[in-house]
Design a protein around this ligand. Sequence first.
Ligand code: ADP
Ligand code: MG
Length: 451
Amino acid sequence: MHNIWENALAEIEQKISATNFSTWFQDTSLISADHGDIVISVKNTFYSKQLQSKFITEIETALTNNGLEVNNISFEVAETKKSKVRPREITADPNLLKNKIKPSLKSHTSPLNNGLNPKYTLDNFIVGSNNDLAASVAKAIVDNPGANYNPFFLYGGPGLGKTHLIQAIGNELIRKNPDYKILYTPISSFYADFIDSVRKGHGKDFSQKFLELDCLIIDDFQFIVGKEKSQEEFFNIFNSLYQLNKQIIVTSDRLPSQIKSVDERLASRLTWAGAFDLQLPKFEDKCAILRAKADLSGAEIEDAAIEYIAENVNTNIRDLEGELSTLLLMSDVRGLTPLELIQKGAVSVAHATKPQGVNSKQILDKVAKFYDLSVKEMCSKSRVMNIKNARQVAMFLLSKELSMSTTKIAAEVGVKDHTTVIHGVRKIEQDLKLNFKLRDEIEAIREKMYV
Ligand code: ADP
Ligand code: MG
């Protein structure tokens, strides 16, 4: 799909400097993506060398995040393609022609210096049971910035829409009032800018540009960790803006009190007006998001195919989008509808969340080992806290990774019946929302399952 590259560019744009982005990524497009063989069109060989040596990691990450399999990335010069006649056997290869994806005609919108990416709007943010509270606060802020929800503290796991929602607020505020001064910045850039200006001897003036703002949007605040000086600077800026009734928006993957080394006063101030979270989407939410994304891109996809993706992707909305893009891309390439592809077994949706070849024995082994237990101990009737917890993690992983039925899981982990399993899996799902230690543990176990 042509918008995969658009999405990848938007991601790259967030990671590299504005100058680098506009210099090197202008006039690029995705020509083909066949079995992980990515071909990107560039202006000339100089560009391809620069992209290859400087930005290959960013390109690879962005493409992978947008659902493409990436084994090899090569660059093709656009001019030669137009002017030179290519060898017959290549142009004549019908498969190759079929694999060509039309480069997007619309050139990518250049980054604005307020850090906002116009692709994120409130209109294309789909509201469901997982995010309705946060979405209505966003609307209230657009109607009345700096009033009831100041600061707006938004938190939740990766890929659940934090960046989208706060960028949408910024874009909407600008749309309503083009003179409104907004700055969106990930905390890591704030930190880098601060260090840079101290190094250049402008440390004292650093806060000045922030104090002129009407709205400051800080993303991924969890990365403030341990950066005392910049934290102090941020705290001062925060207080000054707050006193002037300027809107402050902050996101994080966890509550401020759960971020180590965040000053207690700052932590409490960030959540003065409440803390709003984004949750994992339920089945209906996932279907609604997929339908909206497909419709927006003008692609045709059957309801059954949408339901199939929704059932199989249980991680987050970014992965959901990734799977949809892959399926639509494959459908384009192969000339089959998304549902036909699924029925033919030509795609394995959620391959990223279900490691190939992992079986229940391996899952039980890894979990038990991680918690320093034997499988026998873990699968005993013991109600000792750490053993019970390990058992519930095992139930959770068997359910998520292997989509095993609750009755089967009960037999695997030695519990009485499937209701104990349902309870155990729910318990972990609930705990995952706020227990970051558990989140890290489960991530670590998942990683071990791949090797
Ligand atoms: P986070 O910042 O929480 O990691 P993002 O805001 O980057 O997550 O969201 C990941 C992807 O999912 C983005 O492409 C975003 O547009 C999309 N997305 C998330 N939530 C929604 C939603 N409610 N409606 C439409 N798209 C969404
Ligand atoms: Mg984000």
